[in-house]
Structure formats: structure tokens, C-alpha cells
Design a protein around this ligand. Structure first.
Ligand code: FUB
Length: 309
């Protein structure tokens, strides 16, 4: 598959390709990656930047899914979920994450609410990681009026990330003006208790991601704007979080950075996006990249070395 900047190739059936360096997907723009390891495969979920050339502004209508057994040979499974699949929403397929529980796959995403000002979080469900997914709730799981003065900011309830801890408790974490968190019920489609806000995350902007390593919790997030990726560590998912510094620098000509961190077949991967495939409007024509994460002896993470090969 080859890339055409002015005419992105629309893949409508499962299509295989080989990643040849970063960005790994070169025939369409992909943003806001999330990843799931399930049964010996990585499932990579991404939004789709469809802004016309030179248009500054997000045009995102649906999400896509890629799978791989080796991080090199990939299959795209289009298009498992669209913003229009949420009848209560009026568009904007922004960032999200998929998790598996009891053989079902739950995809938490941000979309523009049709009746309540701003972005809301919806959840869709499927029987297979590659979908198809359908709205699991018929309404938003989190709306702007639950966290913010709704007249203020329309993009507060965005970037949901989900984590199931070793004790079986599922957590939803998200937000822009704060990094919010709440328990999820076992059914994965209802909050179970109050929404709280994490402290100890300097220059937090958005894009939280939780992972665990050697008994430590890591909360990585987009830092400042234009965004770098920073992270904090804790012995408990509820904090207190101790800030540990920058994990990844600004990625190319994209104002945003948005990461997923996974372990797969003995290695740790940092999955993010940059604006490398476009000479213009890189913030709105983003592309998914993958590099390695390495840990120091004290369990802190070394800065990511971004590669193009
Ligand atoms: O893709 C739209 C927004 O840009 C996401 O919600 C943010 O994380 C940033 O990547």
C-alpha cells in the first residue's frame, strides 16, 4: 500500500501491510493510538484524521483497528466503530481505548454530545477485539456537566483510558482540565462511585494512560501544549503520584502527542503519533509510530528515542 497525501486510501475490507519504519501506517492518517494485547496479538486502535489538505482543525468521523502478531506485519480491520453509531452524539470520533472483560470488548471513546455542550464519553461493546462494535449504553457514560461548568470548555471529557487492576477493579481515567478518575462497575458500562481528580501531575494537558510494571503504577500523559509526554509513578492507582519527568519529546510537527504503553512478547512498546507524513497541518494529519520503552534499575523509564527506521 502506498500513501497519497491528497487522496487517502480508504480501506473497506481487511488489508495486510508490512510496517517499514515510522510512521507504521502510510496510506491514511491515524491518530490517538490505544493498544490491547489479547491472545498473542496486539490490537491497535486509532482515530482517523480526514481533514482536507491545508485545513487546520480536526475532521474525525470513525475509528479503525489493526492487528499484528509481530509488530511488523499488520492487518487493518476497518471500520469497527463510527461516531454516528452513538445516536445521542453529533460527531467527532476522538481518542479512546479498548479493554477486554469476560470475553467482551469495551471501547471507551469521546464524541460530541448532541444535546449537552461539549464532548462526552461513550462506551461500545463487541464480541471480538476487531468488532464490529455497537453502543453499549444508548446514552453517554460521562457528560460535560458531571465534571465541568458546561459553558466553559467543550473538550474536558475526552481521552478516556481504562485499566483493570489485579484485584479485578476497573477504572476509567480521562480529562483535559483535570485528570479525572472513577471506578467502573463489573458490567463496565456504569460508573461505581464518585468522580475524583488526580493531583501531582504537573502541566497535565490530556491523554492519560495507565500501565503497571514491577508493582509500580505509571500514569503517562500529554504535558504542556504543544505536547510532550510526561509520567508519574505510584504504589497505588489512586496515588499519590510522584512526577518523574518527560518520557517523550514533542513528536515532529504535531501539536499533540498521545501514547499507549504495552508489554508484548517480552518488550515494552511506546505507541504514539506524529505529523511526519504531511508537509502541512501536521496537527490534523497525524500518523501512528512505535518505539521501545526501556526501564532503569530503579523502575523509572528512560526517555523514548524516536526512530524513523
Ligand atoms: O484527536 C483529538 C485530540 O487530539 C485528542 O483527544 C487529544 O488527545 C489530542 O491527540
Amino acid at each position: 500500500l502506498s500513501f497519497h497525501a491528497s487522496a487517502q486510501q480508504l480501506v473497506t475490507k481487511d488489508t495486510t501491510f508490512k510496517a517499514e519504519g515510522n510512521p507504521i501506517i502510510r496510506y491514511k492518517y491515524t491518530a490517538d493510538p490505544a493498544a490491547l494485547v489479547y491472545k498473542d496479538k496486539v490490537y491497535l486502535y486509532a482515530g482517523h484524521d480526514e481533514a482536507p489538505t491545508k485545513v487546520a482543525g480536526y475532521r474525525m468521523y470513525n475509528w479503525t483497528c489493526f492487528s499484528s502478531s509481530d509488530m511488523v506485519n499488520w492487518t487493518e480491520h476497518p471500520t469497527p466503530l463510527s461516531a454516528k453509531d452513538f445516536e445521542w452524539a453529533k460527531g467527532d470520533a476522538w481518542a479512546g481505548q479498548v479493554i477486554e472483560r469476560d470475553g467482551k470488548f469495551y471501547w471507551y471513546v469521546a464524541v460530541e454530545h448532541g444535546a449537552i455542550h461539549g464532548k462526552s464519553i461513550g462506551v461500545a461493546v463487541a464480541d471480538r477485539p476487531e468488532g464490529p462494535y455497537k453502543d453499549a449504553l444508548g446514552k453517554a457514560l460521562v457528560t460535560n456537566d458531571m465534571t465541568t461548568n458546561v459553558t466553559k470548555i467543550s473538550w474536558d471529557d475526552i481521552d478516556p483510558t481504562v485499566f483493570i487492576d489485579d484485584d479485578g477493579q476497573a477504572w476509567l481515567i480521562w480529562g483535559n482540565t483535570g485528570c479525572y478518575y472513577a471506578k467502573l462497575k463489573k458490567n463496565m458500562i456504569e460508573l461505581d462511585g464518585p468522580i475524583k481528580t488526580f493531583a501531582g501531575l504537573p502541566h497535565y494537558t490530556e491523554a492519560p494512560w495507565i500501565h503497571k510494571h514491577n508493582g509500580w503504577y505509571y500514569l503517562s500523559y500529554a504535558y504542556e501544549f504543544p505536547e510532550k509526554t510526561a509520567y508519574a509513578m505510584s504504589r497505588s492507582i489512586q496515588g499519590p503520584w510522584e512526577y518523574k519527568g518527560i518520557l517523550n519529546e514533542i513528536a515532529g510537527n504535531s501539536n499533540t502527542n498521545h501514547q499507549a504503553i504495552i508489554d508484548f512478547k517480552g518488550k515494552t512498546y511506546f505507541i504514539y503519533h506524529n505529523g511526519a507524513l504531511t508537509p502541512d497541518a501536521g496537527s490534523f494529519h497525524r500518523s501512528v509510530c512505535i518505539d521501545y520503552i526501556y526501564y532503569n534499575k530503579d523502575n523509572t523509564m528512560k526517555r523514548v528515542v524516536m526512530t524513523s527506521e
